[in-house]
Design a protein around this ligand. Structure first.
Ligand code: ATP
Ligand code: MG
Length: 453
């Protein structure tokens, strides 16, 4: 077998073996190696106890109660992680073992892993590489199948997070979830509520980050997990938005899914915002007697729901801020008659750092509604965004500052300085003055009289 195992990894394996310990590469690393993918995350399992591991690797650090020793290796982004064999343990809360017991054998360690493709181990003897496969993981790898190790119902009841991991990993690898495993997710979906929201958010963000986020979210819906995690989104499916002579081709939920599918951003927050941008539509749905459907103010209701979701899933402040802005302003107007200051207000509202993703959301929204990627109006708007950004936005962008005002007018620091700058800014914004230092200095010294000081 010809696998791409780095020398550093081989070195670590032989170090343990020369001390008389059994050691194997395990988990995602084996899966990814056998699939010919690049491995970022090297995990090992051994019969050495944490103390013994630290004797072999004195520079290692023992960092948690699961008996994992981390070991930093030059040239690798993530530390190697070496864990003592673990074995079956009892669960009573659907999320974590009551106690961890060190295992006696490799097989027992692999048996408690989540999916067959994650329960493979590799050992290396000289140039010979051996795959240890107790649960037909290689077959499932070949068939592109994600299957629980053992009884899927039991496994999901032990640890409900595995259900989300199933959706996430199947999406990342483009695998099918095996029928019994999928049925078991449907049966046990409500147990996901026992899992800490931070962990749910992490998995959800990984699902979204993936290029094929669309199919992950479809799995989430079909498995019943979406109903538990994002019930507001489930409500959007079946909400019709077709009016006579209007272009909407999908119901709200399908439109949201399609928008995600077309979203070009790689940022999970942007993809999430794209997925829920119309989530307030069910609450604002009105149908006139002529059959016209409207959703007045839906972006405000969507924003409120977005806030709830961000809080519920424990977004960071920065993530929440961006998420909410993208949803709140997704209906932004692109009209050639807009004034510069309207465009500037838009940029201020959305945040200059979020403009690109705001446009990504707009394009996704268009494509997800069956429209063309762009329009001449949108292209004009993009050009004006660039032009307007070259003009001053705020007092900070003026070519003179508070210090200049104090020096030229001979006044001390205080609110007056800001007021003077404000007046100058207004003139620059209204194109009555150019933003050129010399001219502004000249203007300042000539036009501000004693009572301005
Ligand atoms: P990736 O690192 O790409 O997310 P991975 O499979 O390496 O994928 P990790 O979270 O790094 O995932 O976990 C390493 C290994 O630990 C997994 O391959 C699996 O064997 C096992 N594992 C992780 N989480 C669980 C769990 N909740 N239940 C059972 N086994 C698990
Ligand atoms: Mg991993």
């Amino acid at each position: 077998m010809n696998l791409n195992i780095p020398d550093e990894v081989k070195g670590l394996l032989s170090k343990f073996k020369s001390e008389g310990f059994g050691i194997y590469i395990v988990g995602g690393a084996v899966r990814d190696l056998l699939m010919g993918k690049i491995v970022y995350d090297w995990d090992f399992t051994t019969n050495a106890t944490p103390d013994e591991i630290l004797k072999v690797l004195p520079e290692g650090f023992y960092d948690n109660k699961f008996g994992t020793v981390g070991f930093v290796v030059d040239g690798f982004d993530k530390p190697f992680e070496i864990t003592t064999y673990r074995t079956e343990y009892g669960y009573s809360d659907n999320r974590r073992p009551d106690k961890v017991v060190w295992g006696e054998t490799l097989e027992n360690d692999l048996k408690r892993r989540d999916f067959t493709i994650n329960s493979l181990a590799l050992s290396v003897h000289g140039s010979q590489i051996t795959v240890h496969d107790f649960f037909d993981g290689q077959k499932d790898l070949k068939n592109k199948t994600l299957k629980a190790v053992g009884d899927p119902n039991e496994r999901f009841q032990e640890d409900a997070l595995r259900m989300l991991r199933a959706v996430r990993i199947a999406g990342e690898l483009n695998f099918e979830i095996e029928a019994n495993t999928f049925e078991a997710i449907k049966t046990n979906a409500s147990l996901i509520n026992k899992i800490a929201k931070e962990r749910i958010k992490d998995e959800l963000f990984k699902i979204l980050k993936n290029e094929n986020a669309y199919s992950g979210i479809v799995h989430l819906k079909e498995s019943g997990l979406m109903q538990e995690i994002l019930p507001e989104l489930v409500k959007c499916f079946g909400v019709d938005q077709k009016s006579p002579n209007r272009h909407h081709i999908y119901d709200v939920g399908t439109h949201l899914l399609m928008s995600l599918k077309f979203c070009k951003s790689k940022d999970p927050v942007t993809k999430f915002a794209t997925l829920i941008h119309d989530i307030g539509k069910p609450q604002t749905y009105r149908k006139s007697t002529e059959g016209f459907i409207t959703f007045y103010n839906h972006e405000m209701v969507s924003t409120k729901i977005a806030k709830n979701i961000a809080d519920r899933l424990r977004f960071s402040n920065a993530e929440k801020d961006k998420f909410i802005k993208l949803v709140r302003f997704h209906q932004f107007t692109v009209d050639e008659r807009q004034t510069d200051s309207a465009i500037r207000r838009f940029i201020r509202n959305v945040g200059i750092e979020n403009i690109e993703d705001m446009l990504n959301l707009r394009v996704a929204d268009r494509l997800g509604g069956g429209a063309k990627e762009t329009s001449w109006r949108l292209e004009e708007f993009k050009k004006r965004l660039i032009v307007v950004q070259k003009q001053p936005f705020s007092i900070k962008d003026l070519k003179i500052n508070g210090k200049d005002v104090m020096e030229i007018l001979g006044i001390p620091s205080g609110p007056k300085v800001g007021e003077v700058l404000e007046k100058i800014f207004e003139k620059v914004e209204n194109k009555m003055l150019p933003n050129e230092r010399e001219i502004l200095v000249d203007f300042l010294s000539k036009n501000f009289v004693e009572n301005d000081k």
